[in-house]
Ligand binder design. Structure first.
Ligand SMILES: NC(=O)c1ccc[n+]([C@@H]2O[C@H](COP(=O)([O-])OP(=O)(O)OC[C@H]3O[C@@H](n4cnc5c(N)ncnc54)[C@H](O)[C@@H]3O)[C@@H](O)[C@H]2O)c1
Length: 385
């Protein structure tokens, strides 16, 4: 069993998810590599006791990430911090020769994402991947297998989205995710967009242009003292993209929705693909189910398939049991560690988001901002310049 020694920067919501996944690594019995968290860094150390209890191998605790990057006992970094911190931390991590698993959007805007990518290009020995866990649900893996096997035929239309209702309450106090300075001008696209784009981009569905409608539904929120302050970020985004299928060369409409104010939706990530031979739809609202319609020239019946626990990386959990959010996080980490050890992903769709895919998301979101501003359809450049 190979051990990769991790430093964790950011001890918030996502930092805890990784620490918990690392603590139950025995769930993935076939992997011959495991993470060990040996160093912790956060501006605020409020949750330190929980991390110390969860990560018994920790030897270094610091408020200064540069001290962690200078630590020769650290092989890899997971960085889960606000978006305005991504550029300097990601660039310096890669320059220090540490492998990096970073959180989206990988830079607060396209300019900083380009800077990060330039540093990555100069360090090809370092594995850099971006977090996006939902494609590791067994239902999503089933849908991906249908794409891989060419079972869909020509794509007619795609709709993908990630819907929250976490901001429906106007009294919810403002935090860094609702300020342009710390979250970025993309607003909800920077937060939710990579999750929505991961499978479409991996499938080779390339958005050529976009007409975006962005909404700032709640323009002020209380601060920690209860005073109303501007809440400037986009709450909801709907992107209609003319999209090319790289496999067949045909184009089709693809609608991508990222919403923080979607009444009735707690944390719904979904994908529907309509094809001339088969159609398929999945949603985390019913996480263990795949709906498939295979058109045989006669009947058009939607079949409901109960997938159970059939993830990409074998788990000790019995095949009949339900899969959940933290299982998807564990699988995503399995995929990163597997690729780090083996030099390639287990399969095309069991691999984490690459820097090139993140760059494609920045081109899309930047074009979407322009589309909203001008109320027009905006072309999306095929490459980062
Ligand atoms: N993959 C997912 O499903 C998912 C979900 C939520 C958030 N995220 C992403 O994770 C990242 C972090 O979000 P979060 O929800 O965990 O945030 P959070 O606010 O819960 O935690 C952020 C942490 O970063 C620390 N921090 C901030 N500035 C720092 C600095 N200069 N040096 C050291 N530590 C610093 C804070 O002290 C805090 O512990 C963001 O990029 C966000 O987009 C991903």
């Amino acid at each position: 069993m190979e051990t990769i020694r991790f430093g964790l920067i950011g001890l918030g919501l996502m930092g805890r998810e990784f620490a918990s996944a690392a603590a139950r690594w025995t769930h993935l019995p076939d992997l011959e590599v495991r993470p060990e968290i040996v160093a912790l860094c956060s501006r605020n150390l409020n949750s330190l006791e929980w991390f110390r209890n969860t990560c018994p191998a920790v030897k270094q605790v610091t408020r200064d990430y540069r001290e962690m990057l200078a630590n020769p006992e650290v092989d890899a970094i997971y960085c889960a911090v606000p978006h305005d911190q991504h550029r300097r931390m990601y660039c310096e991590t890669v320059e220090a020769g540490k492998h990096l698993f970073g959180e989206k959007p990988f830079g607060i805007d396209m300019k900083t994402n380009r800077e990060i990518n330039r540093v990555i290009e100069k360090h090809p020995d370092v594995l850099v991947r971006c977090s996006s866990q939902f494609p590791f649900t067994p239902a999503a893996q089933y849908l991906c297998a249908m794409i891989e096997e060419g079972r869909l035929g020509e794509i007619i239309e795609v709709e993908a989205g990630f819907l929250h209702s976490s901001d429906l309450n106007p009294e919810k106090p403002i935090n860094w995710k609702r300020s342009i300075a710390t979250n970025g001008e993309y607003g909800c696209m920077g937060d939710l967009g990579m999750h929505v784009c991961h499978i479409p981009f991996r499938a080779g569905w390339v958005p050529l242009d976009v007409r975006a409608i962005l909404s700032n539904i709640i323009p002020t929120r209380p601060d920690s003292q209860g005073k109303q302050v501007p809440c400037e970020t986009w709450d909801n985004a709907t992107l209609l993209c003319r999209t090319r299928d790289d496999v067949t060369g045909s184009t089709f409409p693809m609608t991508l929705k990222m919403q923080r104010i979607a009444p009735g939706e707690s944390n719904t990530w979904y994908l529907t693909v309509l094809g001339t031979r088969s159609s398929v739809r999945i949603s985390t609202r019913n996480i263990n189910v795949v709906h498939v319609l295979e058109y045989d020239g006669r009947k058009q019946n939607w079949e409901t398939i109960d997938i159970g626990h059939a993830p990409a990386f074998k788990s000790i959990t019995g095949a009949i049991f339900e899969f959940g959010f933290s299982d998807a996080i564990l699988q995503m980490w399995g995929a990163y560690l597997y690729e780090l050890q083996q030099g390639k992903p287990l399969s095309r769709f069991a691999g984490c988001v690459t820097p090139a895919e993140v760059a494609a998301s920045h081109r899309l979101f930047t074009a979407a901002l322009q589309s909203q501003k001008d109320a027009t359809t905006v072309g999306i450049p095929p490459q980062q310049d």
